[in-house]
Ligand binder design. Structure first.
Ligand SMILES: [Fe+2]
Ligand SMILES: [Fe+2]
Length: 263
């Protein structure tokens, strides 16, 4: 990485960390109103939704190992990965605590779920730091949108515990998306055409981390109402990202045509 880019990504991480440390830290012990839990405000579908999200968050060791290995020689992105991993570790944990403290799932059921999770390995979906920044911007954005819907649903149901959880976890995802978005902006300033090509490539091959790892991922998300549709993904994740980055669907389409191998 060029010296100027190293300095910019380090500054970006330091800004990220300052906000995280001063405004966004939370913990599962004091910031969730656990004693307000009311089983009557849950349904089998809400429990099943939290379980899928929990499973997806529990691939954290794979996300961390692969993510850090990719950026280990870039100080800012590497330290971001370390901070990111800590923040993400709270997500799977708080979902697990919600399910077990409430009695919605037993420890024995969780033991089975954990065994299913570690039986599969998440692999890096894209090969370069720049492509993974594009992926992170999209993936964190999609996760934020899905969790915001969960928060709204919990609020409507009067489940204050689930509402608090999805508020805090969703706020983390929004911050993660913001960091990756800023990384893509820096990359665009360095090499616009190459970065647009990468974004187009990542978008054309995008799938969520749990897709392919968690059994019946799409069917279960659909059945529980926890998934986001392709239309919502486009309107609430992709288009706002393109606007922030100062690019358009047309520019991406041109890049995708360029990338397509000649017939
Ligand atoms: Fe997360
Ligand atoms: Fe995240």
């Amino acid at each position: 990485m060029a010296v100027a880019m190293r300095e910019k990504t380090y500054r970006l991480y330091l800004d990220y960390l300052e906000t995280a440390e001063t405004k966004r830290r939370w913990n599962i012990f004091n910031d969730i109103p656990w004693d307000e839990f009311d089983l009557a405000k849950t349904t089998p579908a809400t429990a099943a939704s939290v379980e899928i999200f929990c499973a997806e968050e529990m691939y954290l060791p794979d996300y961390s190992i692969n993510g850090l290995a990719l950026v280990r020689d870039s100080f800012g992105p590497a330290w971001f990965q370390a901070a990111w991993a800590f923040e993400e570790s709270r997500h799977g944990l708080v979902f697990r605590e919600y399910l077990t403290r409430s009695g919605l799932r037993t420890e024995a059921e969780f033991a089975i779920l954990e065994a299913e999770i570690v039986a599969k390995v998440w692999k890096l979906p894209f090969a370069t730091t720049r492509q993974m920044a594009c992926y992170g911007a999209l993936q964190e954005g999609a996760t934020f949108v899905a969790y915001r819907a969960q928060r709204e649903q919990a609020r409507a149901a009067g489940d204050t515990v689930r509402e608090a959880i999805f508020h805090l976890v969703g706020r983390d995802e929004a911050a993660h998306g913001g960091f990756y978005r800023s990384m893509v902006e820096l990359e665009l300033a360095e090499d616009r055409a190459g970065t647009v090509d990468d974004l187009a490539f990542v978008l054309a091959n995008f799938k969520m981390p749990g897709d392919g790892l968690i059994a019946d991922y799409h069917a279960r998300l659909q059945a529980t109402g926890a998934g986001i549709s392709p239309r919502v993904f486009m309107q609430r994740v992709v288009l706002p990202l393109l606007t922030t980055l100062g690019t358009t669907r047309d520019e991406l389409r041109l890049a995708q045509m360029r990338l397509r191998p000649a017939a």
